[in-house]
Design a protein around this ligand. Structure first.
Ligand code: PAZ
Length: 325
C-alpha cells in the first residue's frame, strides 16, 4: 500500500467561489426533490391570508472527505429556531422549519435532548403500563396539545451539511418568492463561513500516520446576496449575526445590512444570546431587547419578545412601509 496520504490541503492561491456557480459543483441533498414537492403542496393547503415564515435552525456540518467520516461542526443546538417557530405559529404564521437533523424541534425541544432522557419523564402506572410523572404531566400535556393544534401549519425539513442547507434554502426561497411580502425569512441557523469544495476534498477517509493534518478551507460564498436580490426579492428577510467580541457585533451587523440590502439583522453574542439581542436596521440605532435573568430561569424565552417585535415589523412591511421600525 502506498505511503502517500491524500489530503485536502490544497496549495493554491485564494479561490473565490461564486454563489451562482456553487450549485453546479456541489451535490444536492437526497431530500431536495421531496422538499420541493412537500413545500409546494404545503403552501397550497394554507389559508392565503396567513403570513408564512421560513425558519432556519441549528448548525451546518462541513465534511472533510467526500465519503464523510469527519466533519467540522458548530455549537448551535437550534434553541433559537425551535422556540421562534413555536412563537410564529402562536401568532398565526404558517412555518417551514428548515433544521439540522437531530437538533431541537418545536414543542419537542424540552424533552428530546434533556439530560435524563425520555425515560426520565415516565413512570409505571401501576396497571402494567406507563404514564408521565406527575411533576411533568401538565407541561407535557400543553406541548402535546400545541403540537396537535399547529400540525397543519408546520412543515419540517432537515439538513445536515452546509451544502444540503444551501440547496434547500435556495429551493424553498424560489417557492416562497411569488408570495412576496407575505413571506418572512428568519435565518437563525448557524451556517459555516468556511468549507472545502467538493473537488478539493479527498474521496476517502483521511489517513493518519504521517503526522499532523493541515486543512485549507475556502470561504463560503455569501448567499444572502442572491437570496435578497434574486431568489426572493420582495420577501421580508431577517438574518442573524453572532459574534463573541462585543466591539465587532454592531459594525458587522450594519455592514451586512448595507451589503445585502435586507430588512433586519438580529445581532447576538454567544454568551448572552439567551437573554439579550439587538435589532439592527439601516437608518435607526440598535434596538435592544432583553429579559431579566430571573424570567429566563422561570421559562420565559426571549424568542417570545423577539418574534412579537419582528412580526410587528413584518406587518408594517406588508402594509407598505419602506423601512420598518
Ligand atoms: O441555536 P442556538 O439557539 O444555540 O443559537 C442561536 C444562534 C446564536 C445560532 C442564532 O441566534 C444566530 O445568531 N445565528 C446566526 C449565526 C451566524 O451565522 O452568525
Amino acid at each position: 500500500m502506498s505511503e502517500t496520504v491524500e489530503t485536502p490541503l490544497v496549495p493554491v492561491e485564494r479561490e473565490v467561489i461564486d454563489p451562482d456557480t456553487y450549485f453546479d459543483h456541489n451535490q444536492p441533498p437526497k431530500n431536495l426533490q421531496w422538499a420541493h414537492d412537500k413545500v409546494k403542496e404545503f403552501i397550497a393547503q394554507q389559508d392565503s391570508n396567513r403570513p408564512i415564515a421560513l425558519v432556519t435552525s441549528g448548525g451546518t456540518t462541513v465534511p472533510l472527505e467526500n465519503n464523510t467520516v469527519r466533519f467540522v461542526d458548530n455549537f448551535s443546538a437550534g434553541t433559537r429556531g425551535s422556540a421562534s417557530a413555536e412563537q410564529l405559529l402562536a401568532l398565526g404564521y404558517v412555518v417551514i422549519f428548515l433544521y439540522r437533523e437531530n437538533s431541537l424541534q418545536p414543542f419537542n425541544r424540552h424533552y428530546s435532548h434533556s439530560a435524563q432522557g425520555m425515560l426520565g419523564y415516565l413512570t409505571p402506572d401501576g396497571k402494567g403500563g406507563v404514564k408521565v410523572k406527575d411533576e411533568y404531566a401538565s407541561k407535557v400535556l400543553v406541548d402535546l396539545e400545541l403540537c396537535e393544534k399547529y400540525k397543519a401549519q408546520l412543515l419540517q425539513v432537515t439538513f445536515t451539511t452546509l451544502s444540503d442547507y444551501l440547496f434547500l434554502l435556495r429551493e424553498i426561497s424560489l417557492i416562497l418568492a411569488p408570495l412576496g411580502t407575505r413571506s418572512m425569512f428568519y435565518l437563525a441557523a448557524a451556517v459555516s463561513d468556511f468549507f472545502i469544495p467538493s473537488h478539493n476534498m479527498v474521496e476517502h477517509k483521511i489517513q493518519s500516520g504521517t503526522g499532523d493534518l493541515t486543512l485549507r478551507m475556502n470561504q463560503v460564498p455569501k448567499f444572502l446576496r442572491p437570496l435578497v436580490k434574486n431568489w426572493a426579492p420582495a420577501c421580508f428577510v431577517v438574518s442573524f449575526k453572532l459574534e463573541t467580541d462585543p466591539n465587532l457585533l454592531a459594525p458587522k451587523a450594519k455592514y451586512a445590512l448595507e451589503k445585502y440590502g435586507h430588512q433586519i439583522v438580529v445581532a447576538n453574542l454567544l454568551n448572552t444570546r439567551k437573554w439579550q439581542v439587538w435589532l439592527i436596521t439601516k437608518h435607526h440605532d440598535p434596538f435592544l431587547l432583553q429579559i431579566p435573568l430571573k424570567e429566563l430561569e422561570n421559562g420565559h424565552d426571549i424568542e417570545q419578545d423577539l418574534v412579537a417585535e419582528l412580526a410587528r415589523r413584518h406587518k408594517q412591511y406588508i402594509s407598505g412601509a419602506s423601512e420598518t421600525q
